[in-house]
Design a protein around this ligand. Sequence first.
Ligand code: FES
Length: 221
Amino acid sequence: MSRFTPEMAARAAELVSLYPEPRSALVPLCHLAQEQDGWLTPEAMEEIAELVGVTPAEVRGTASFYDMLHTEPVGRYLVSVCTNIACLLGGAEALLEHAERRLGVRAGGTTADGMFTLEDAECLADCDRTPCVTVNHRYVGGLSAEAFDQLVDDLRAGRRDDEIPPHGTLVRVRRSGGLRVPRDQVASERQAMAAATAARAEAAKAAAEAQGAEGAQGKGA
Ligand code: FES
């Protein structure tokens, strides 16, 4: 899969229309592409660049900054095991080792069938349920080794599909409103702001000059 499908292209156009500047839609479009393909393909980054008027390198540069955006393929399920302090004390290292054995990949790897990518994550903000695990950014609780095995079996069997959609699918609430401000209104507001800034600079310069003249007079008297 590469470019946006017709349905996704329509959603992309809708997203771009929400912002006064097309480039403000860059990150939402990255999420959209990821929803389609599970990761940001080079072709998707090119298309996003065209849509928002930047270069593909700028899209990649922005996307690579965010943990939730992937510029390399990931499995259908991204399993994140937190190994930060609270989880570390709660047995995260042992769980991660167990997960590596169970899935047959090291942290950072993807199973040969493309089902699972395992990652060693920083704090996932669920520190009272350790060791914390998320799948596709959905919390699945603090897990024992047995509970982890059950999770893997359930995911493989599709028993948690309602709760955990394929990687890249965001929450069900989609943005449909936002900065629907007419472009000419945005332009005139920017113009007014620039004029106000210039006026303030001019006033400050005049005040400084007047102060300088007063000082010179004082010395002359
Ligand atoms: S330390 Fe693991 S969720 Fe915060």
